[in-house]
Design a protein around this ligand. Structure first.
Ligand code: MG
Length: 265
């Protein structure tokens, strides 16, 4: 997902999300541009705000960690609580209707937290350092998300992953997800990653072998369409930290997880 279109939080200071926008299930159209006509939020204060929000602290290994008692953790906990209640009910309803209920999870900063990378790179994306970071397969969990994956499974809901990570990063992604306890359906039939070399035929409108022009929304919504229309599932909920994870339909409910550290259009 971390692609050229990604805008670092610092470069898009005015795109700082308001608390209201990441309330449980309250995903909206979201921001798509950062066009301030007034003086943007002060960058030094914004960094402090972000640190306060995550309760960012260096651990004994020199890794920046979010605090489990931070406002970030609290926002996630309330989202998780609402999502569990909804999943329980929606799964029952779907089964009654003869549907196969499914949930879709983004990976970066929906299941695996990249705060250490963001902080150490001053919130500025670089494809080489990002690839190195992902390859370490040592990111901590986004609080509560692996448990939510397990909860969905326990309710008979099929878990899918829909990520902008590259096909070449599959082994690292699987290893890291196992480490944090999201050990559900980590096979290629359930984990969709970006394969620009050999894109699937259902993305043929924007991707042919070697030529990838899909936007994030085209890729992610196109993948959800495939899960529903070709694989026959009903996506009862879609979880992502970017609005581009959630736009484009093919999900009954959208859950926007908080992430003020970068923006992916
Ligand atoms: Mg993400």
């Amino acid at each position: 997902m971390h692609k050229p279109l990604r805008i670092a939080a610092l470069a898009a200071a005015c795109a700082v999300v308001s608390a209201a926008l990441y309330g449980a299930g309250a995903a909206t159209a979201g921001q798509s541009t950062a066009n301030s006509t007034h003086e943007p939020y002060n960058i030094g204060l914004l960094v402090k705000d972000i640190d306060t929000y995550y309760g960012t602290a260096l651990d004994a290994n020199g890794v920046y960690q979010a605090s489990p008692t931070s406002p970030y953790a609290k926002d996630l906990a309330s989202l998780d609580k609402a999502a569990r209640k909804y999943l329980d009910q929606a799964a029952r309803k779907a089964v009654k209707k003869g549907e196969k209920p499914a949930v879709v999870f983004d990976i970066d900063d929906t299941l695996l937290l990249s705060l250490d990378y963001e902080k150490k790179t001053n919130y500025t994306y670089n494809s080489t350092t990002w690839a190195d970071y992902v390859a370490q397969a040592n990111r901590p969990a986004v609080f509560g998300s692996p448990e939510l994956v397990q909860y969905a499974k326990s309710k008979g809901v099929t878990v899918f992953y829909n990520s902008g990570l590259k096909e070449s990063q599959r082994v690292s992604a699987v290893e890291n997800l196992k480490k944090v306890g999201a050990d559900v359906n980590l096979d290629a039939a359930h984990m969709f990653l970006k394969d620009a070399v050999n894109p699937p035929s259902y993305l043929s409108a924007c991707a042919t072998p070697g030529t990838w022009t899909c936007t994030t929304v085209q890729y992610k919504a196109g993948t959800r369409k495939h899960i529903e229309d070709d694989l026959g599932y009903e996506i009862i909920a879609n979880f992502g930290d970017q609005y581009s994870d959630l736009e484009g339909g093919y999900a009954d409910k959208k859950y926007k997880l908080p992430n003020p550290t970068y923006f992916v259009s």
